[in-house]
Design a protein around this ligand. Structure first.
Ligand code: NAD
Ligand code: DAU
Length: 358
């Protein structure tokens, strides 16, 4: 089977990108990686500590910088020629990723998620690079909660879980920017024959996730002596997957996926926010009602649920980290043991939330 020899990993200093770089380093030591990351508030160079130096080139820069992207993607660019083969694939994680930030100001989301994706697609086209685009289940909008009636605008025959055939109906500014990027990738395949694949994954959890996100926010609140903050009634459902399983899925799609195809990535991990919080409070030895209710997001999505049937059937991918209680405990331990990694982000993040009423 085809194996990439040198991947340009965008957003490799963010949560999932860093986990992917560690995963590849561990499982495929023969593959070189160039990480291109702007190190926004969401990226940290430290998240890549431990990746062997000879397997990694780190470049701080913007995916919207066409000249920089060209210099890294071209067969004579970057580190090429110093024992490093030319880039043969782009795996594109870089994005503005947080819904609350997009609701406050969508400008950087349009720039990075849409225009940045365009810059990368054009470089891939010039140099005929394999292109894998990391996307989200949020492009499909949401599903009603069990017992709630479906949205009247929605096709009533629609499946109870998202599939690759679900219609695009993003509800939030972030989701709309990701949907736009997906459409660009599909168009570049159809129009220019670019060798693309897309994965639409559910909510990830695990190490190196920014403290603005749901699970790390609650864990670090408790570690700081603050009460967790639950949006709305807490009945909203997310379909949780351990980040390591997302990484193995990306590798499977990159190396064995059918060109031009989209794959849903999920691990049958549906849980309400309240249930997840209950688990965190229990493991951390806090009473079950020791949290605050705060205002929900405007237009908040209720339920995500994914059927990863195609990925399992066609590429024989299977998630391995399906014991959620165990994954949550390990994640709690990781944050307790890595306070220096997150401490510097905590105050600013909570100040931002306070201004937004969350
Ligand atoms: P993150 O916010 O933790 O990391 C994003 C990274 O991209 C950061 O390192 C940041 O510095 C970098 N970046 C941002 N703008 C950039 C730019 N203009 N140029 C170069 N680098 C830039 O995000 P994440 O949670 O790791 O998400 C990674 C990808 O996975 C995103 O595309 C996101 O849409 C997608 N996704 C995330 C989830 C999830 O649960 N977190 C689920 C499905 C899909
Ligand atoms: O579904 C995939 C998506 O998952 C990714 O595309 C996004 O990049 C990623 O951020 C995530 O989006 P969500 O909006 O689902 O994740 P978030 O962690 O922000 O919130 C999860 C749920 O928890 C959501 O229903 C809102 C709620 N929440 C969130 C925070 C931060 C709370 O109840 N309290 C909180 O403090």
């Amino acid at each position: 089977p085809w194996r990439p020899r040198h991947i340009l990993v965008t957003g490799g200093a963010g949560f999932i990108g860093a986990n992917f770089v560690h995963w590849v380093a561990q499982h495929h030591p023969e593959t070189h990686m160039t990480v291109l990351d702007l190190l926004t508030y969401a990226g940290k160079r430290e998240s890549l500590e431990g990746v062997p130096n000879n397997q990694l080139t780190f470049v701080r820069g913007d995916i919207c910088d066409a000249a920089l992207v060209e210099s890294l993607a071209s067969p004579t660019g970057g580190m090429v020629g110093r024992g490093v083969p030319p880039v043969d694939a782009i795996v594109h994680f870089a994005a503005e990723s947080h819904n609350d930030n997009a609701i406050a100001d969508a400008t950087p989301f349009l720039r990075t998620n849409v225009l940045g994706t365009h810059v990368l697609l054009e470089a891939a086209r010039r140099h005929d690079l394999r292109f894998h685009h990391i996307s989200t289940d949020e492009v499909y909008g949401d599903l009603p909660l069990p017992g709630e009636s479906p949205d009247p605008d929605t096709d009533p025959s629609r499946a109870t879980r998202f599939t690759e055939e679900s219609p695009y109906r993003p509800s939030s500014p972030y989701a709309a920017s990701k949907a736009a990027a997906d459409h660009l990738v599909r168009a570049w395949h159809r129009t220019y024959g670019l060798r693309t694949t897309i994965s639409n994954c559910s909510n990830n959890y695990g190490p190196y996730q920014h403290v603005e996100k749901y699970i790390p926010r609650q864990i670090t609140n408790i570690l700081c002596g603050r009460r967790p903050r639950l949006y709305g009634d807490g009945r909203a459902i997310r379909d949780w997957i351990h980040v390591a399983d997302h990484c193995s899925a990306v590798w499977a799609i990159l190396t064995r996926g059918a060109i031009g195809e989209t794959y849903i990535v999920g691990a049958d991990g549906e849980r309400s926010n309240l249930e997840v919080l209950g688990g965190i409070l229990q493991v951390m030895g806090r009473p079950a009602d020791d949290f605050e209710h705060v205002t929900d997001r405007p237009g908040a999505d209720r339920r995500y649920a994914l059927a990863a049937t195609k990925l399992k059937r066609d590429l024989q991918w299977h998630p391995e980290h399906t014991d959620f209680a165990r994954g949550l405990e390990e994640t709690i331990r990781w944050y307790a043991d890595h306070e220096s990694w997150w401490r510097g982000d905590k105050e600013g993040t909570e100040r931002r939330y306070l201004r937004q009423g969350h």
